[in-house]
Write a protein that binds this ligand. Structure first.
Ligand SMILES: [Zn+2]
Ligand SMILES: [Zn+2]
Length: 344
């Protein structure tokens, strides 16, 4: 079968590999679609210590159950499933609470999930090591929802920590309207009453934010971006800032626009730094770098999709075009999400 594999730094190849066979306790999933993510670029360009290469990329996966390893039941062959991305030990307290994204043993394992240190879903088939990592899709088509497993789950988890602050009187500032940011705007507008300000350096991305209901948009590359936001919010500034970029300028802008006792949540992995100290952010403000989301939150994301609360803007490409798509992502030429689809 065809697979998109990472061989080393900046070395991604589409190659033929054997179709895997599930061992006892595992499930073989026939992949319908795999989302293409900025964090893949991070992995491709920088690598990660201790990860054994090559492995197949793709951590936003959905498909159909193809084969059950010995001892696995509860699934029909052909049943549509989403693969929950962050794979923890399955036994510690956070894992038991379905927060495998915060597994206590994460630092001990070079494998963070399928496509993140071991074979993922940019292939015709993938092995899922335990059935607990599958969420039944029911009436949802796997090809239409695969990227929600990260692009919606991650912003949903990031937003939920600030739920109590998203009141009708407060402002929330979303920086970066890409795959995750455009989902964040929808979740904020549909689930909460706070006024949403969207920021990006590209006008077409701001149009996307407006389309999804953002109340105000701001070009974050303008030198007066922080003043523009303060003109909207007044002196209380933003109760919540969600930075889906994480570069030095967006971190500085977030620090300048978050309010007293506010939440500054940095999701983007662009590698920026901020001095976190008294005087840099207002008194009481908390800085958080959340990671992905829980399995129960993924179930809630799928229910949001079912209820029409969220929709994902995506374009499909054949698996063979993986390198072109990564290049487009690098150049900021993807609107919403790119999704790779294997030809079965
Ligand atoms: Zn991702
Ligand atoms: Zn664990």
């Amino acid at each position: 079968m065809k697979a998109v594999r990472l061989f080393g730094v900046n070395d991604v190849r589409v190659v033929d590999v054997d179709r895997p066979v599930p061992k006892p306790g595992e499930v073989l999933v026939k992949v319908a679609a795999a989302g293409v993510c900025h964090s893949d670029l991070h992995l491709i360009e920088h690598g990660r210590r201790a990860q054994k290469q090559p492995f197949t990329l793709g951590h936003e996966n959905a498909g159909w159950v193809e084969q059950l390893g010995d001892g696995v039941d509860g699934f029909e062959i052909g049943e549509p499933v989403m693969v929950f991305g962050p794979w923890g030990c399955g036994h510690c307290a956070p894992c038991q609470a379905s927060f495998e994204n915060y597994c206590e043993h994460q630092s001990e394992s070079p494998v963070l999930g399928g496509g993140l240190g071991t074979d993922g879903g940019m292939a015709e088939y993938m092995i899922v090591p335990h059935p607990r990592l599958l969420v039944k899709l029911g009436d949802l088509a796997p090809g239409e929802v695969a990227p929600l497993s990260d692009a919606a789950l991650t912003p949903y988890h990031a937003i939920k920590r600030s739920a109590a602050k998203l009141t009708p009187s407060s402002f929330v500032f979303v920086i970066g309207i890409g795959g995750l940011g455009h989902m964040a705007v929808q979740i904020l507008k549909k689930l909460y009453a706070a006024t949403v300000i969207a920021g990006d350096i590209a006008d077409d991305k701001l149009d996307v934010a407006r389309h999804h209901g953002a109340d105000h948009v701001v070009r974050t590359d303008r030198p007066d971006a922080a003043e523009q936001i303060r003109a909207l919010t007044g002196s209380k500034k933003c109760a919540v800032v969600l930075d889906f970029v994480g570069a030095a300028p967006t971190l500085a802008l977030g620090a300048a626009t978050v309010g007293l006792n506010g939440d500054f949540t940095v999701v983007g992995l662009a590698g920026g730094h901020i001095d976190y100290a008294a005087g840099v952010v207002p008194w009481g403000a908390s800085l958080c770098v959340p990671y992905w989301g829980s399995r129960v939150e993924l179930m809630e994301v799928l229910d949001m999709k079912r209820k029409g609360i969220i929709d994902i803007d995506y374009t499909t490409y054949p698996l063979e075009r993986a390198n072109d798509v990564y290049q487009m992502l690098r150049e900021g030429r993807i609107n919403g999400r790119a999704v790779l689809v294997p030809s079965h």
